[in-house]
Design a binder for this molecule. Structure first.
Ligand code: PAF
Length: 280
């Protein structure tokens, strides 16, 4: 496995493989890797002749500087996991390499980034689009893999690829959970013992809500999920939306769409966790 820090070296290394017509798969990450990332990487290794993983904590997608400062950084552990998983190339650039000058591009995602994460983290998805588009033009992968935990990010990346007409196939990979149901996240490491005990209630309540769609409207279920989770110690719901799986706009009846998702952000102490569940 090669660890590369500059775009020039990365392109040089990829060039002969590209010329031979090898398929290149790509998994962008911010490091602090866990089993959720390993699942994306295994899929990438299986489906492509060459697998590239990036590790870059992207400052432009953090609207909270404290969150950026506290974001876990575990490069040596990450490299070991990637080596074990069969990755060919790790791209780990510096901030100066990715942003030699500030990126002033503003993307227009219409209503897609006006709801949920986009509403509570202004500028977040613009930062994601900036970095993912730069990574895509550096790696030029045939396929790129993203976790469905970040459901809205996946929708934004698909839209960005469409708008920029990038020749890459975006693959969504299902959420990987701990045994008790908590969605795997790098942020879970920051939970205290008591917070870690209470955090699985998020998914338990989401699952319970899927059994209630016959008797409750989407609005009623939003109140049920929010109220039930807010009653759990350490947990405070920031938002819970029941939305169309493509447009991400709220639905008012279960007949509004063939694809309906419940997406949630919950503060567990001061750690912000997200999760989602499919209703249809
Ligand atoms: O999901 C993430 O880890 C990040 O948002 C991504 C896609 C690597 C961009 O920085």
């Amino acid at each position: 496995m090669k660890i590369i820090h500059t775009i020039t070296d990365l392109k040089k290394l990829l060039q002969p493989h590209r010329q031979k017509g090898k398929t290149i798969g790509f998994v962008p990450t911010m490091g602090a890797l866990h089993e959720g990332h390993a699942t994306l990487v295994r899929r990438c290794v299986e489906e492509n002749e060459l697998c590239v993983v990036s590790i870059f904590v992207n400052p432009t997608q953090f609207n909270n500087q404290e969150d950026l400062r506290l974001y876990p950084r575990t490069p040596e552990k990450d490299y070991a996991l990637l080596e074990r998983t069969g990755v060919d190339i790790v791209f780990a650039p510096s901030v100066e390499e990715m942003y030699p000058e500030s990126d002033t591009r503003i993307f227009d995602f219409g209503l897609l980034d006006k709801v949920m994460e986009g509403a509570f983290r202004p500028g977040h998805f613009n930062g994601v689009a900036q970095v993912v588009s730069k990574l895509f033009t550096s790696v030029e992968p045939h396929k790129a893999y993203f976790g469905e935990k970040d459901f809205q990010q996946l929708a934004i990346v698909r839209e960005m690829v469409k708008q920029l007409a990038l020749p890459v196939e975006i693959v969504g990979v299902p959420i990987v959970r701990e045994q008790d149901g908590l969605a795997m996240s790098s942020r879970n490491q920051r939970l205290s013992v008591s917070q870690r005990e209470h955090a699985p209630e998020i998914y338990r309540v989401l699952r319970e809500s899927t059994l209630l769609t016959g008797e409750q409207s989407p609005d009623q279920l939003v109140r049920f999920v929010t109220g039930t989770i807010n009653n759990v110690p350490d947990l405070h719901v920031e938002y819970f939306g029941i939305v169309d799986g493509d447009s991400l706009q709220p639905v008012s009846t279960w007949q509004d769409s063939e694809s309906i998702i419940g997406a949630i952000a919950v503060y567990c102490g001061d750690v912000r966790l997200i999760d989602n569940i499919r209703y249809r």
